[in-house]
Design a protein around this ligand. Structure first.
Ligand code: GLN
Length: 204
């Protein structure tokens, strides 16, 4: 795998891919670099094999799902996640990591991995986009929501990392090596969520 050893042979700089089928790939690459990782775009199975962890960006989950099928990435993504690869999904990426979704289009599939139900465009019905200050796993984070999903319910092994008004909805979760947020930390210049994920990859 692509970990870069430091001068003592330790692996401290993980290589993290950003799934580059569709969505805000460049912003995640920049944030991962700022958070201390080597970042690379992932489009095909050999690129997926070479990374220590993966970010699934915001964008449009229906398009991402269709492109993942066309590029023959859906099964390889499922396999690596089943194998324990750390992954972080933001917004559309959260939908892609959900075991079950509501308000998807006909036949919409996800990669899955997190035992939760995610409702697509849930906040979108109330406000197309909004910003909020949240407590994310003990740090204050400024969050940007754009036609965002929320987490309708979680299984026993899923830890809730953040909730947001209106309605105290669940907007950030972790299950083992998998992290998901309804919001877009890559659009704020605040690297804390990416640092949290880079540390998850380092620990695993
Ligand atoms: N509504 C989008 C979807 O269903 C997600 C929006 C986003 O990623 N900003 O995929």
């Amino acid at each position: 795998m692509g970990r870069t050893p430091d001068q003592n042979g330790r692996t401290t700089v993980p290589t993290i891919g950003v799934l580059a089928l569709q969505g805000d790939v460049r912003e995640h690459v920049q944030m991962l670099q700022a958070a201390g990782a080597t970042a690379t775009a992932v489009r095909r199975p050999p690129e997926l094999e070479a990374v220590d962890g993966l970010v699934i960006p915001g964008g449009e989950s229906t398009t991402m799902w269709k492109l993942a099928e066309i590029f023959e990435m859906l099964e390889p993504l499922r396999l690596r996640i089943k194998d324990g690869m750390p992954a972080y999904g933001s917004c559309a990426g959260m939908i892609m990591l959900a075991d079950r979704i509501q308000d998807g289009v006909e036949g919409q599939q996800t990669i899955g991995g997190i035992d939760m139900v995610v409702r697509r465009n849930a906040f979108g019905r109330q406000a197309d986009s909004f910003e909020a200050d949240l407590d994310f796993a003990g740090s204050a984070v400024h969050a940007v929501f754009i036609r965002a999903p929320w987490v309708e319910s979680v299984g026993r092994d899923v830890k809730v990392l953040a909730t947001a008004a209106p309605g105290d909805r669940i907007v950030a979760v972790r299950q083992g090596p998998l992290l998901a947020t309804s919001f877009h930390p890559e659009l704020t210049g605040d690297t804390r969520v990416h640092e949290y994920f880079v540390n998850m990859v380092r620990e695993l």
